[in-house]
Structures are given as structure tokens and as C-alpha cells.
Design a protein around this ligand. Structure first.
Ligand SMILES: Cc1cc2nc3c(=O)[nH]c(=O)nc-3n(C[C@H](O)[C@H](O)[C@H](O)COP(=O)(O)OP(=O)(O)OC[C@H]3O[C@@H](n4cnc5c(N)ncnc54)[C@H](O)[C@@H]3O)c2cc1C
Length: 463
């Protein structure tokens, strides 16, 4: 029986689901899969993107863990494709490769002043609060007023993490350095800005509603943003998700908050922090002080153009802030030897089969799945259907697989050892996992993450 030796690069949900689906698929050949991951721990953005106070989602880790724990997929952690292992290596030892490398960088936002000190990408902040080993340990949390640009769930995560009182994060797995950093934050006001209206946001209702449950944080929405046009009314009437979002926002309009305390029927206790949602706000400029630090955010009021878009009204507003976070999307990174679509930040592909950039011809043996295949949108569940499509093609393409000169399984650890790569395996991940859980136990916490890469590797390799 023929055997498919498959390399998968990236042990996020997309890579793990692809391996699982292939192993369970009906096929006429044996399979042996090696999963390469640049970090010493698997699970990609589930570990380093999903916010620590979303343990329900982190529960997906249990499903992914079950797949790895079956033991029929080899995992090589702390191995970076492009540095520790190359496309030529893969061609020598495998029949095909699936890239599942996701997206970790921020999309740029080209407005004047965006490079100011105190202006950050959401992805970097997320990596910091989730304890990613490759970002600095400290984060400058010195601003009292902060702007967050974007109307998707990442903007909500960033705003919530900034506004939430840090002791309410204690039961979660936030690393110690993150707890200490957030504890010193003097923040009082977080302003979230979106270009379009409340009926056009990309938030999901659950994540939006959660903001209203934050202790000692007032939600502030502004009546002027709710003058709906026909398209907005139609969206609310026809889409259940938009309807719920509208209902949540309308409830906040009625709540006593910073902008209507005076009209409250009875005196109300003021929260010490406020989270403002501003709609119809097109980013124009980040203004700086004499030292080059963020001093304000300038935007233009927009209005609906009647065709689902917005146009500027010419009305310019300025909000004093000392920090800005742009949460306008993630972006994939190019991989050496593999075609890359610079505009969309993905591997050009047809249903997961990689394509040459200019000719659109198939690149034999090379596949993509997850965010590096279709761009950084969609939830973890979507990576499963993605993987099904990619794996279907991989199975049907048997005639165009590579013919490796050394498909032996022993060749891979030997190759990595010869290059002095300190790779980790599934047992190593179990050691790190247990170590983190044990660190959390005395404090009643689910786990305390190990952040420095060197320490992760040492614990994993029991060095
Ligand atoms: C801030 C944030 C919050 C989110 N919250 C939720 C949520 O609450 N619920 C939900 O369902 N979805 C959420 N998502 C979406 C979810 O994280 C993605 O749908 C999913 O992680 C995409 O999976 P992926 O495997 O394609 O990419 P990733 O999860 O990014 O995995 C890619 C893996 O590839 C590895 N890799 C990259 N380059 C290399 C290389 N050169 N060599 C070796 N390995 C490499 C990376 O280290 C990573 O482990 C969130 C996303 C973000 C950004």
C-alpha cells in the first residue's frame, strides 16, 4: 500500500484539524503525519490570541488536545519553517506539505501620526497579554484615556482587557508579568471607534454583551449614533445577530452612565472606568505632543451613503487620548519558497491547492489551510471546514505528490539534531502543560503560563 508522508506546518487549530480529518478520511493509502510548530507549545491563536477571560473558548483546546493525545501525529515544536527546516528539506522527506501558519501581524492603518509613541497594533498587545514568548515582557500602560480603532471582536477583546479591573482577571491564566502590568494601569476611559453604524459592526452579540457586565465600568453610547437609515433598519429587521446587537446597545442607551447621570431618576453610583462606543467615525490622524507621543485622535463623522457604505460629512472631531490601539485586522506572513499574495496576506490557492502568483498554475505538493489560506476572518470552527476542503484535494491529487528521496520517519529527528535545533515533542508539551497547571494550583488558578521561550523549551525537554 502506498504511504503518504505529510508535513503540516503550524499547530494551530487549522493544522491540527487537517491532520485529524486526513487520518479519519476514507482513502486508499497509509498516512504518516509530522506537525511542525515554531513555538514550543501547540494551539496557535487559541493559546496566543483568544483572550484569557474566555475560558469557554479555550475549552476547544480539549478537543484539539484529544487529537494530539491519540499519538498518531508526531509533533515537532520549537521548529521554524524557513529557518530550521526548508521547502527543499520537506521535498526530500515528504510527499506533500500543508501550510497552516495563520496570521499574527497587524494590518497597517495609513493615517498621519500612526507611528507615534503610544500607538500600538492590537495583535502585539494581544500577544503580550496572552504571554507570547516572542514579544517583550513589559507593556507601557500609562494612558488614562485610550482610543481603540475597529469594530470587530479583537477591538472588543482589547477594550475589555484595558477596561477590566485586573483582579477580575486573576482566576484566569494571565501570566504574572501581565497581571503586574495591568495592575499599574491608570486608565479611566476607553473609546472604541468604528467607521460605520451600530447595524454594521462586526462584533458578535455575546462578546458585545459581555462588556456591559464588567464590574465598575460604565458603558457609554451616544444618542446621535442611533439615527438609523433605511439600510440599517432593514439589517436589524432581517438579521438576528444585528437585531440582538441593536437590542444590547439600546439597553445601554437607557442605562444611567457618564453622559446621562444628570437625567437619572435617582442618584447613581459612578463607575471609576468608562467604555465609550463611538460609531460613524472615520480615522483621520493621530496627533502628537512635542515628544512625539500620542496626544489625541482625530476623526471625521461619517454618514450612510445609501448603498451600504459611508461618506464623510466634513465634520472633524478630536478626542484627547494618550494611547491608540488599531484593531483593524490581522495579516499573514510570507513563507520562504512559497507563493504569497501581498495584498491579502495569504498563500494564493484554489480551495487549498497552492497556486503560482502570476500564472495561477498549481504548485504540486503544496497546500494551505486556515487563516493563511483564506485570510484572517472567521472563528475556530471555520478552520475545520477549511481543512476538509484542503484534505479532499490532497487525497485526490495523489498523482502529483512529490517523490521524496528519503521518506523515513527517523530522518526528521536526525536532521533537526544535526542542525542543533532544540525541538520539543508531545511528551514535552505534556510536561510544560502540567508544569503550568501546577504553577496555578496554589493560587486557585487554572494555570500560570510560562512566557520566556527558553524556559518553555527547558521545561519541555526536561533540561
Ligand atoms: C485576538 C483574537 C481573538 C480570537 N478569539 C476567538 C474566539 O474567542 N473564538 C473563536 O472561535 N475564534 C477566535 N479567534 C479566531 C481564531 O483564533 C482563528 O480562527 C484560528 O486560530 C485560526 O487558526 P489557524 O490555525 O489558521 O491559525 P493560528 O491559530 O494562528 O495557528 C497558526 C500556527 O502556525 C504557527 N506558525 C506560523 N508560522 C510558522 C512557521 N514559519 N513555522 C512553524 N510554525 C509556524 C504559529 O506559531 C501558530 O501556532 C480569535 C482570533 C484573534 C486574533
Amino acid at each position: 500500500m502506498t504511504k503518504l508522508r505529510l508535513a503540516i506546518v503550524g499547530a494551530g487549530p487549522a493544522g491540527i484539524y487537517a491532520a485529524d480529518i486526513l487520518l479519519k478520511a476514507e482513502r486508499k493509502f497509509d498516512v504518516s503525519i509530522d506537525l511542525f510548530e515554531q513555538l514550543p507549545a501547540p494551539y496557535g491563536l487559541v493559546r496566543y490570541g483568544v483572550a484569557p477571560d474566555h475560558p469557554r473558548i479555550k475549552g476547544i483546546v480539549s478537543a484539539l488536545r484529544e487529537v494530539l493525545d491519540r499519538g498518531d501525529i508526531r509533533i515537532f515544536g520549537n521548529v521554524r519553517y524557513g529557518a530550521d527546516i526548508t521547502l527543499d528539506d520537506l521535498k526530500r522527506h515528504y510527499n506533500a506539505v500543508i501550510f497552516a501558519t495563520g496570521a499574527i501581524r497587524d494590518t497597517s492603518l495609513d493615517i498621519p501620526g500612526i507611528e507615534a509613541a503610544g500607538s500600538y497594533g492590537a495583535a502585539d498587545f494581544v500577544s503580550w497579554f496572552d504571554g507570547h514568548p516572542d514579544v517583550p515582557r513589559t507593556w507601557p500602560l500609562t494612558a488614562e484615556s485610550v482610543a481603540v480603532i475597529g469594530n470587530g471582536n479583537v477591538a472588543l477583546d482589547v477594550s475589555r482587557m484595558l477596561a477590566k479591573h485586573v483582579d477580575d482577571l486573576l482566576p484566569t491564566e494571565i501570566p504574572e508579568n501581565v497581571y503586574e502590568g495591568l495592575r499599574s494601569s491608570p486608565v479611566t476611559d476607553v473609546h472604541v471607534f468604528g467607521r460605520r453604524g451600530p447595524a454594521q459592526v462586526k462584533f458578535t452579540p455575546l462578546e458585545l454583551r459581555e462588556l456591559g457586565e464588567l464590574r465598575d465600568v460604565d458603558m457609554v453610547v451616544y444618542d446621535e449614533d442611533f439615527d438609523y437609515d433605511d439600510a440599517s433598519r432593514a439589517a436589524i429587521a432581517s438579521n438576528k445577530q444585528v437585531m440582538v446587537i441593536d437590542r444590547v446597545l439600546q439597553a445601554w442607551r437607557k442605562r444611567p452612565s457618564a453622559n446621562n447621570y444628570a437625567s437619572a431618576p435617582e442618584p447613581v453610583e459612578r463607575a471609576s472606568r468608562r467604555l465609550h462606543l463611538h460609531f460613524w467615525a472615520k480615522p483621520l490622524e493621530v496627533r502628537k505632543d512635542a515628544e512625539g507621543r500620542v496626544s489625541s485622535f482625530v476623526y471625521e463623522r461619517t454618514r450612510p451613503d445609501g448603498e451600504g457604505g459611508v461618506v464623510g460629512t466634513g465634520e472633524i472631531r478630536e478626542v484627547p487620548v494618550q494611547a491608540i490601539y488599531r484593531a483593524v485586522g490581522y495579516f499573514g506572513s510570507p513563507l520562504p519558497g512559497v507563493p504569497f499574495d501581498k495584498r491579502h496576506g495569504v498563500i494564493p490557492n484554489h480551495e487549498g491547492q497552492a497556486l503560482h502568483k502570476d500564472s495561477n498554475e498549481r504548485v504540486p505538493g503544496v497546500y494551505a489551510t486556515g487563516w493563511i489560506k483564506r485570510g484572517p476572518v472567521g472563528l475556530i470552527g471555520h478552520t475545520k471546514s477549511d481543512a476538509m476542503e484542503t484534505v479532499r484535494h490532497l487525497i485526490n491529487d495523489q498523482g502529483s505528490w512529490w517523490q521524496p528521496s528519503d521518506p523515513s520517519e527517523e530522518s526528521i529527528p536526525a536532521l533537526l539534531d544535526a542542525r542543533a535545533v532544540r525541538w520539543t515533542d508531545l511528551d514535552g508539551w505534556h510536561r510544560l502543560d502540567q508544569h503550568e497547571v501546577a504553577r496555578g494550583l496554589p493560587h486557585g488558578r487554572a494555570r500560570v503560563k510560562v512566557v520566556p521561550r527558553e524556559e518553555m523549551v527547558q521545561v519541555s525537554r526536561a533540561e
